[in-house]
Design a protein. Sequence first.
Length: 142
Amino acid sequence: MLLKPAITRLISVLSLAGVFGAVFLVAQTLGEDATNAGKKWLSLLDDHKYEESWKQAGSMFRDEVKQDDWVAALERSRQPLGTPLSRAASRLDFTKSLRGAPDGDYAIIHFTTDFKNKTAVTERLTLVKEDGKWLAAAYAIH
C-alpha cells in the first residue's frame, strides 16, 4: 500500500516534467523561428537591399514608414557603421501587445552586432506574426 502513493507522486512529477519540457521545446522552436526570420531580414540591410527590406516587412511597418523615408534613414544611420562583422541574438521577448499597435504575436529581438566602424551595437528588431510568418514591424539601432 505504501508504494501506491509514491508511484502516484512519481507519475505526477514525471507528467509535470513532460509538460514543462514540451512547453520549453515549443518556446525554443518559436524563438529559433523568430530569430532566423530576423536574421534573414537583417541580411537584406547588410546587403544594402533597403527597398527589398521594406517590401518584405510586415504591413504595419509599411503603413507607418514610406519606402523613400526608410531608405534615407538607413543610408544616414546604418551605412556609416560599415560592414557587419558579427551578429548574435542577445535577448528575445515575446508579447501579445505593443504600445500603439494592434494585439498580435510579437517577438522583440536584441542583437549585439559588431560593424567595421563600430562594435557592440545593439540592433532591436520587432517582428509580428502575419499569415503564419514572422515579419519586421520595427527596427532601431542603439
